[in-house]
Design a protein around this ligand. Sequence first.
Ligand SMILES: Cc1cc2nc3c(=O)[nH]c(=O)nc-3n(C[C@H](O)[C@H](O)[C@H](O)COP(=O)(O)O)c2cc1C
Length: 163
Amino acid sequence: MTDDLIGATRLVPCSVVILSTGSDGNQDAMTATAMFVAEDSPLLIISLSKENTCYELLERTGECALNVASADQVGLVKKVGSTHGRDVDKFKTFEIDVEKGTRIGSPLIKGAFANLECKVITSLPVTTYMLYLVEVVAFKKDDTRTPLAWHKDRYFSLDKEAR
Ligand SMILES: Cc1cc2nc3c(=O)[nH]c(=O)nc-3n(C[C@H](O)[C@H](O)[C@H](O)COP(=O)(O)O)c2cc1C
């Protein structure tokens, strides 16, 4: 790839989710971005590096929670986005508060703007990544919190409407 294309994809503002998958004793969480696909069938796409611990777990469970990160969670987003579950129990080390989902076994992370319970519909390998089309099967949201966005390696709190 020519040098002038490196960094191109980082120009696109991204959602920030904390993906959690697995269950007690074998669970993990990582920062990711999720892309809208459709609304009437509630579908999203996520992309996981095959080097990530969550990739191995998601391949086994076929389900995950996409916890839409709130502005209050920016510290947690940085921590779970820069450590690997194979090296550290992130839930214990970062004192992540969780609760049970209604339709999936993966833990929901408290303090998020929203918790989307998702099941994998299909996947597609692309270079060193696996793309997953996931369907939201249940969700809840907390309108008192503000979601985060990620752009050019910086985080932004989405509380100002542009007109
Ligand atoms: C803002 C942000 C977005 C990220 N998005 C993704 C992503 O979409 N896919 C991915 O594989 N890794 C992504 N990462 C990197 C993973 O969170 C990171 O590699 C993490 O350490 C993986 O943890 P695990 O090995 O426990 O699964 C992102 C990191 C940050 C900080």
